[in-house]
Design a protein around this ligand. Structure first.
Ligand code: GLU
Length: 464
């Protein structure tokens, strides 16, 4: 059997992290089993659905690398097909036309409530053999009693008795399908074998099981994943630092890191925290998804991101950083950007940070800015003569490599009986404009000799 999964967002907002995690699970399951991952846009709510959200969701999925195997299916384009399925169910006796008015149905509900039962439609049109007509809806002929069991790969078995469900409407009197009906027809037509989604849909699933059965279609495997909560175990919201996927993209997170973090937030594989996408595909087989709701932790997300930054090949990292570069360095050639990114790869936590860091290397000496207070702190009456002497010595170096610069620097320090900190800060402020940063020889090697000397000169003309 080919595993076929789907992600079925409603385009009423951007892709948020709960939705992203569901999409990731579905995608991983399909990739693990060499199956198919499909997309369905649930846009039947005309009022709330917007094309811009569909575009945004698709863009976020693309950014996350969640490629679908077929073009998306839009529910809004399938009305004819839903109608056909409804008519088939009526013809086979699994559904029937009902002409009860909303007021009548409300009265039945009220009556049931008064009798201490669940509000329900009383089935009065079941055997009237009505046909279509104005104001008429189609209802599913639900079994009167008996267990309906959802075998859920996350939650285990969840059973409700059919007597708790009434003859639900599958086709409204305004000639549109109900949500649960459209979903089942779609899942059937798309050949979905595994439905992974948020557990806010569990209460729909028993109804969907009845519709699958009425349509004579085998049930897919279901897995309902718990919601993501805030660190305070409350429903996740902006105040917990949770954002839409597109905002993480703007914040300079790596898509692989967000995928890694979100998967681990609802699934475990021993105690491994860090995964490449390849490792996730190999390990994720639909088992070990957590039953308990997980708490979102922005700090940990950043930690995972920093780790992914370290592991990403520098050429890739540099390419991803380019869009975050300030205008004055935006057009630097790729090799220069890569060399600069290599200096900060082990230190930067996000692409935004990295873009800021590399700018200090990519700018020309004339444009170099000093961090507040750095110059005053590093350039003193004691350190200035060392900078003068080092400048002269570096100017004479016959070759300019990290090793050569390192050796020259340490020869100077040793020959003058100094500690590194007598010269380190002033050199660092000269070449990077701040007191922190990567090692001096490696930075100077990337800057090149002329640029290094120009930067030293620039600091030396500053008044003490
Ligand atoms: N459109 C639904 C949602 O966004 C998903 C339904 C499903 O996966 O069956 O929550």
């Amino acid at each position: 059997m080919t595993v076929v999964t789907r992600f079925a967002p409603s385009p009423t907002g951007h892709l948020h992290i709960g939705g992203a995690r569901t999409a990731i699970f579905c995608w991983l399951l399909a990739r693990h089993f060499n199956g198919k991952f499909l997309l369905r846009i649930e846009d039947t709510d005309r009022e709330r659905s917007r094309q811009e959200y569909t575009d945004s969701i698709l863009a976020s999925m693309n950014w996350l690398g969640l490629d679908a195997d077929e073009p998306p299916v839009y529910q809004s384009s399938r009305m004819g097909r839903y109608k056909e399925a409804m008519q088939r169910m009526v013809a086979s006796g699994h559904a029937y036309w009902c002409d009860c008015s909303p007021e009548q149905v409300e009265a039945m509900r009220e009556k049931a409530r008064k009798e201490g039962m669940k509000p329900r439609y009383d089935g009065r049109c079941r055997d009237l053999g009505l046909g279509p007509g104005p104001g008429r809806a189609v209802r599913l002929r639900t079994p009167l009693s008996g267990p309906i069991t959802l075998h859920d790969i996350v939650k285990g078995d969840v059973t409700v008795d059919a007597s708790e469900l009434d003859d639900m409407v599958i086709w409204r009197s305004d000639d549109t399908p109900t949500y649960n009906f459209a979903v089942v027809v779609d899942d059937m037509d798309m050949g979905i074998t595994h439905v992974i989604r948020g557990d806010d849909h569990v209460s729909n699933t028993h109804k969907q099981i009845l519709i699958f059965e009425a349509l004579g279609h085998p049930l897919p495997v279901f897995g309902h994943v718990p919601m993501i909560l805030g660190p305070d175990k409350q429903k996740l919201s902006k105040r917990h630092g949770a954002k839409a996927a597109v905002e993480y993209e703007k914040d300079g997170l790596l898509p692989s890191a967000l995928v890694n973090y979100l998967v681990r937030l609802g699934w475990s594989h021993g105690d491994q925290e860090l995964f490449t996408i390849k490792e996730l595909i190999a390990a994720f087989d639909g088992s070990n998804m957590n039953r308990a709701a997980a708490s979102f932790d922005p700090e940990k997300l950043l930690w995972v991101n920093a780790n992914h930054m370290r592991e990403t090949p520098v050429a890739e990292l540099a390419a991803m950083t380019r869009r975050f570069l300030a205008d004055d360095v935006k057009d630097v050639p790729a090799p220069a950007l890569e060399a600069a990114a290599g200096l900060f790869q082990q230190r930067a936590n996000t692409l935004v940070e990295l873009a800021k860091d590399v700018r200090a290397v990519l700018l020309s000496a004339a444009a170099l800015e000093y961090a507040p207070g750095a110059r005053e702190k590093a350039l003193t009456a004691d350190s200035r003569p060392h900078l003068v002497a080092l400048r002269a010595m570096f100017a004479e170096l016959p070759e300019w490599t990290e090793q050569a610069v390192h050796d020259a620097l340490h020869t100077y320090i040793d020959a003058n009986g100094l500690k590194f900190k007598a010269v380190g800060p002033v050199v660092r402020v000269a070449i990077l404009g701040s007191l922190g940063g990567p090692g001096l020889p490696e930075t100077m090697a990337v800057l090149g000799k002329d640029e290094t000397l120009a930067r030293m000169d620039k600091l030396l003309v500053q008044p003490l």
